[in-house]
Structure formats: structure tokens, C-alpha cells
Design a protein around this ligand. Structure first.
Ligand code: ADP
Ligand code: GLC
Length: 493
């Protein structure tokens, strides 16, 4: 089974969020199941620098928006875990410093529609014509709006030929839809037929995510609960009707975590390694986090933490409304995050108002993210919606109890603490609903109550740490889905 995995970000090359972690770990898990999986990434400077020895596999002529005197090529190399990696080498689009999507001032690159149309087009070219070295995938699997046009190109570029290559499209976040003015359509190289209610058109705009949903043979998203939620008006972001229409093609497959990179027993970033049988080393890691965040090292209460993008989605404002409740009961808070100016300013003020109790690092820091997971007592994820969420699973693995809202993948991965569930080994954290400041406050109270029963706290930590959050089971679900699609194409042939 040959699969081309098309993604705009992948750890350790380039990462802005959970998609990068998934793009590193899922292909490795698929490979372990015998799938010939290869990555296709934009040829960002960071990718080409890291991969160094790359060969030209084939020219990529006709990428949307590229002038004729700016040729593009498909490069190939071997990357992390010995997985083959292709990169779209189009310096006009990808040789830029900084964030893959935005300039240094936080504005979206003005040609994002062309940049990611080029990625999607290259994916479809490989799907239809091969990589120039004798390899053609059975399945092209694209991720998020940046790869959304891939199924559209696969369909339309085939012309009247039958398309054997299957298109799988995964939604990691319906809130980012890749919407561009309708006037961009001709430059994207899509036919007028695509401008349709059942195609790329979304309220007068071109919707890249919508294209993926409209034209893919199979649509997946990253948790079963989110798959159900996005078919309703509340979390459907205007696409719920289309998703209901395609419900027989839509599946929720829960993300896993990379248990090699996120393992408290052998994490090179943390101060003292530990296991579920030997949690005595956790306090040493806590001391390190307190120091890093300027927190009082003798406070008795639990240390709460957030590691997150600071956007509306993540519900950090709900937590700020509860700061007096958290600090008043002896708790501390460490926040590692980046995001909108308003939220960053509010957090900076909170740290000033509660010296020694609230510490904030407005930075993106992979090492510190690991240290926080190892050193905190509770990881907070009070999201308004959460397609899957990885940080709560890192928390489980590190015995750092997740306190989460009951939405999306958070609902699918954390089991609430009730006395009975603590004793029979099910409880792994604190879950609240509805997603309001008051319900979050009550969950904080429950965390403080459990903290007073350290014997029970330990039990929940162990429950959490032994829970299987690896990729193996979900990778098997993806291979079953790929196989089903391959069989369907063969039957039609
Ligand atoms: P999302 O993809 O919506 O941002 P996830 O929970 O799926 O949420 O993934 C977030 C990933 O980004 C995790 O690996 C988390 O550790 C990481 N992360 C988020 N903010 C930071 C930060 N400021 N510094 C380091 N890592 C971060
Ligand atoms: C998105 C979602 C997050 C998910 C991640 C990886 O960024 O916001 O919930 O874990 O993708 O699938």
C-alpha cells in the first residue's frame, strides 16, 4: 500500500501546532504496519536546510501562480525515521524566513492561496503521474485547508481518465478554512465547474477546506466526538450541511501521541526522568518549572499549567475569570503560549497582579513545553472546541492530570474523577461541561479537593500514565480506511 502524506507542517522541520506532531508520528506508525508512506512538504527553507542531501525527482511544471521563469522541482530525500520525504522546491513561494503562514508582523502571506495551491497541485501531479522515479501512490492523504485543493486537482486534472488514486482528506480544525476571494479562482487553475455549491464555492469565496470536503473520496477528522460535533450548526462553521451530506464518507479517528518523543522515562528535555512506578522524581521537575516561571517555590497547592496557542478556541479567558479562585486556594499557574496581542497582554497583567503565583512565558519553546508537562500537577485545556488536542494526552503520559472541557477529542481522551472511577482505575483527570467559567471553576474546586487526598491523587496519576495514548490502534484504522478505498477503486475499475 503506497500513501503520499501531504502536510504543511511536520515536526521537527516546521511546527506551529498539533498537526506537526501528527505528521511526524502517524507516518512512522503507518510505516510500522508495512505501509509505504512518504511525506510531501512545502520546500520551506527550514525543510531544505534540515534535509540537506536532496535529489531532483522530477520537474513540476504548471504550478499555479508561478511565472514561467521560476521553475519548480520535486526534491526527494530521506528524513526522520528513515521515511522518504518529498519537498516542493519553489523558492518564490517557500524560501521565506519565519512562520509558514505569516510574516514577521503576524499578517498572512498575501499569496497563501497560490503557495498552498502549489502544494496541492504537486500532490495531485504525483498522484496522477508518479514521482518521476517510478513511484505512484495508491492514496494521496492531505491535511487541513493547505492541502484542501488536492482532491479537486486529482479530480479535474484527470480529465476523462479514470482516477485510480484515492483522495483522503483530514480535517484538523474546521475553524481554519483557507477562504480567498472568488476572483482568485482562475489563477488556481481550476475549471469553472469547480465554482459550485458542491465544489469550492463558499459564500462567494474560494474555500480550500471546503474543496477537500467536497472532492475527497474519504474525509476523516481527528476524534469521533469532533466528527459528530462538526455535523451540527454550533461547531460546523457553516460547513455542517455539506458534512451531513457526506456523512457516509466521514470518520473520526482519534489522534495518538508520539510515545518516543513524549516519554517521562527518557525525555532528554526534562530535568529528572520518572515512571508511573516511581513518581518521586516529579517534584524535582516541578521545582524547575517554578523557577523557570518565577513562581514561589514553597507554595503548598497544585501547580496548574497551560501550553497553548492563545486563541479564542482555547478558552484561556475562562481560566482568567477564575484566577482569584485558583490563587485563593493556594494554587499556582504557569502559562507557556503565544497568540493574539490582547490575550498576551491580559496574561502579562495577571502575572503582575499575582507575583509568585502566576508566571507567564509568551514564547514558543519546545523544550520548555516538555518541562512543563513533566513538572506541573495539572494541565489545563478549557477549550470551546477541540478537534483532538494533544497536550491533554501529553499530560496523561506525564502524570500531569488534565483538566478539560467536555468537547471534541478532550471528551474522548480524559475520564472524569469520581470516587468510584478513581478506585476502579478509570478516572484520569477533571472534565467540565458546559464550557463556562463557572463550570471550569467547579472543576478547579474538585482538583483542589483531590489534591488534599494525595493517596487518591497518586492513583489517578497512575491511571493516567498507563492509559494507551500511542498511535498503533488509530494507525490501524487509517490502514483499514485506505484499504477500503483501494478496494472500492478496484471494484469500479
Ligand atoms: P493545536 O494544534 O490546536 O494548537 P494541540 O494540542 O493539538 O493543539 O497541539 C499543540 C502542540 O503545540 C503541542 O505539541 C504543544 O506542546 C505545542 N505548543 C503549543 N504552544 C506551544 C508553545 N508556546 N511552546 C511550545 N510548544 C507549544
Ligand atoms: C488542530 C486542532 C487540535 C488537534 C491538532 C492535530 O490544530 O486544533 O485539536 O489536536 O490539529 O490533529
Amino acid at each position: 500500500m503506497r500513501v503520499l502524506f501531504v502536510t504543511p507542517e511536520c515536526f521537527p522541520y516546521v511546527k506551529t501546532g498539533g498537526l506537526a506532531d501528527v505528521s511526524a508520528a502517524l507516518p512512522a506508525a503507518l510505516r510500522d504496519l508495512g505501509v509505504d508512506v512518504r511525506l510531501l512538504l512545502p520546500g520551506y527553507t527550514a525543510v531544505l536546510d534540515r534535509l540537506r542531501v536532496m535529489r531532483t525527482a522530477r520537474p513540476l511544471t504548471g504550478l499555479p501562480g508561478l511565472p514561467d521563469d521560476a521553475p519548480a522541482r520535486l526534491l526527494v530525500s530521506v528524513g526522520e525515521d528513515e521515511l522518504p520525504v518529498y519537498a516542493v522546491d519553489a523558492p518564490t513561494f517557500f524560501a521565506r524566513d519565519g512562520n509558514p503562514y505569516q510574516d514577521g508582523d503576524g499578517n498572512d502571506w498575501p499569496d497563501n492561496h497560490l503557495r498552498f495551491a502549489a502544494l496541492a497541485k504537486a500532490a495531485a501531479m504525483i498522484g496522477l503521474e508518479g514521482d518521476g522515479r517510478g513511484w505512484t501512490p495508491d492514496i494521496v492523504h492531505g491535511h487541513d485547508w493547505q492541502a484542501g485543493l488536492m482532491p479537486a486537482y486529482l479530480r479535474f486534472d484527470a480529465g476523462h481518465r479514470r482516477v485510480d488514486t484515492g483522495a483522503v482528506f483530514t480535517i484538523h480544525n474546521l475553524a481554519f478554512q483557507g477562504l480567498f476571494p472568488g476572483s482568485t479562482l482562475p489563477r488556481l487553475g481550476l475549471p469553472a465547474d469547480a465554482w459550485d455549491l458542491d465544489g469550492v464555492e463558499f459564500w462567494g469565496q474560494v474555500g480550500f477546506l471546503k474543496a477537500g470536503i467536497s472532492y475527497a473520496d474519504r474525509i476523516t477528522t481527528v476524534s469521533p466526538t469532533y466528527a459528530a460535533e462538526i455535523q451540527g450548526a454550533d461547531l460546523g462553521f457553516g460547513l455542517d450541511g455539506l458534512l451531513r451530506h457526506r456523512t457516509d464518507r466521514l470518520t473520526g479517528i482519534l489522534n495518538g501521541v508520539d510515545t518516543r518523543h513524549w516519554d517521562p522515562a527518557r525525555d532528554p528535555f526534562i530535568e529528572v526522568p520518572y515512571t508511573s512506578d516511581d513518581l518521586d522524581a516529579k517534584p524535582a521537575n516541578k521545582a524547575g518549572v517554578r523557577q523557570a516561571f518565577g513562581l514561589d517555590e514553597t507554595a503548598p497547592g497544585p501547580l496548574f499549567a497551560i501550553v497553548s496557542r492563545l486563541t479564542e478556541q482555547k478558552g484561556v479567558d475562562l481560566l482568567l475569570a477564575n484566577l482569584p479562585r485558583l490563587v485563593g486556594q493556594g494554587g499556582q499557574l504557569a502559562v507557556l503560549g503565544t497568540g493574539g496581542r490582547t490575550m498576551e497582554a491580559l496574561l502579562a497583567t495577571a502575572a503582575r497582579d499575582h507575583p509568585g503565583r502566576v508566571g507567564v512565558r509568551l514564547a514558543y519553546d519546545e523544550t520548555l513545553a516538555h518541562r512543563v508537562q513533566a513538572g506541573a500537577d495539572v494541565i489545563l485545556v478549557p477549550s470551546r472546541f477541540e478537534p483532538c488536542g494533544l497536550t491533554q494526552m501529553y499530560g496523561l503520559r506525564y502524570g500531569t492530570l488534565p483538566l478539560v472541557s467536555r468537547v471534541g477529542g478532550l471528551a474522548d481522551t480524559v475520564a472524569d474523577v469520581t470516587e468510584r472511577d478513581v478506585l476502579d482505575g478509570r478516572a484520569t483527570g477533571f472534565v467540565f461541561h458546559p464550557v463556562t467559567a463557572e463550570a471550569l471553576g467547579q472543576a478547579l474546586d474538585r482538583a483542589f479537593a483531590l489534591w488534599k487526598r494525595q493517596d487518591l491523587w497518586r492513583r489517578v496519576q497512575r491511571n493516567a500514565m498507563v492509559r494507551d495514548v500511542g498511535w498503533a490502534a488509530s494507525a490501524r484504522r487509517y490502514t483499514a480506511l485506505y484499504q477500503d478505498l483501494i478496494d472500492e477503486k478496484t471494484r469500479r475499475a
